[in-house]
Design a protein around this ligand. Sequence first.
Ligand code: GLN
Length: 539
Amino acid sequence: MKYIFVTGGVISGLGKGTTAASLGRVLVSRGYKVTAIKIDPYLNTDAGTMNPFEHGEVFVLEDGGEVDLDLGTYERFLDTNLTSDHNITTGKIYLRVISKERKGAYLGKTVQIIPHVTNEIKREIARVAENSGADIALVELGGTVGDIESMPFLEAVRQMRMELDSSSSRSCLFIHTTLVPEVGSVGEQKTKPTQHSVKELRAIGIDPDMIVARAERDIEEDIKAKISLFCSVPVEAVISAPNLQSIYGIPMLLERQGMADYVLKKFSLPPGEPDLSDWKAFYAKLTDPKYSVRIAIVGKYTELSDAYISHIEAFHHVTAATSCRVQTTFVESEEIERKGADAILSEMDAILVPGGFGHRGIEGKIAAAGYARVNNKPYLGVCLGFQCALIEYSRNVLGMKDANSTEFNPDTKYPVIDLLPEQKGVNDKGGTMRLGAHKIILDRESIAGRLYGSESVMERHRHRYEVNPETIADLTSSGIRFTGHSDNGRRMEVAELPTADYFVGSQFHPEFKSRPQRPSPLHLGLVRAALKQKYGITF
Ligand code: GLN
């Protein structure tokens, strides 16, 4: 097993995950099997209880793991499915160490960060990497070098290098991602922050093998040479990572600079023949679209675009498949409550109401679904957006005036959306929902059935509430069709309004499985419907 540890310096948010995932893609294109592990130095055991406002979207895996959104980036770039073990947090490690201590597993020893916590970290990284069956494991250390929180992890990986590398063969490689800012009117590229952060890494005992320098523009050759000299890495190991039109261009950028060659040489592995042709074709289509539609994403975490990152990525995948650029506009649902749906949504070509929790902004989302239904605007409702569409329909078509979900009004006379039976009486907030991939049986003669082109699909879930079985008869009596069900037929998974051009809702989250070459079918359907209305193009 070969390990590539990716650290970050200077500031957070440099796109370490995207860089690591892009390196992964390049190595995959050379014929290697690559996996990824993300380390998050926070005390939460998983991302499930974290507010998307603070930390961006909670990504959901096949096995139901609620994880950091970087795992979404790895799945999309490596085209693989990861498990929740691939997101290691301080919380998970400490939980394990403390429960071992309670069981007396440390035989009376004083339990300490070094060696007990660091040993647990090393064991876990090795276990997850080996279980994945990969040749190379990318291990991204979240946070910035110098943070107190990440110290035990850095110490653990320092020890891993010492234990695994020998003078004749390398098993560990360290890549440090830093920022090269530009100052002054001429935009001079400054290397001092990089030098300082490498110094900090050295103080912990880690010499980086490569440096990825993030900057506005390409790093100039003399700046690369300077970084090489001061940070003591060969100049070919200094990689320039300027801002690009799209993150999907990064694998080509890394390949051009010989990053994979350098990594494989260090590991004494054959270089293989790079084949990025599929990826290049995808990128060419993504960056040269012919058409354009505007889609409103109506949510409540709209100030942080990372909160809906998988939807944005799914639309990028759709762009490559349709030649249609999707301009997404975040709409705060409370804004709709204040100004009315008409004022805010009339300029849009389609509407997406994504998942969400809690009461705030809910009436704005219901109004957005109503606006789409009445005006025949293509609509996709995901999870909460699916539930909102059904609440709106019950209120305004079926005349159930105060119809609601019991999540928002426990005393409603018409609880069209209600708790799942297994959720009744559950108080824990973490990991207690219906999570992960479950089978859905689709009606072949339906919009969703045609888009998926299959009778049975696996899609990922994250919810506590669902369509109340007692209201199904009412909903279907006047137009709504449920065209997707759980495999026992009891849960409603997809709803459609056949009279509309595209009015579709899903209880599951199709955005999580969208991939560059396989866009989410329901997002694809939404864009196609918008294209048809705007340009008259039919697929
Ligand atoms: N809050 C809703 C539920 O728990 C929807 C969840 C979601 O949109 N992810 O069912």
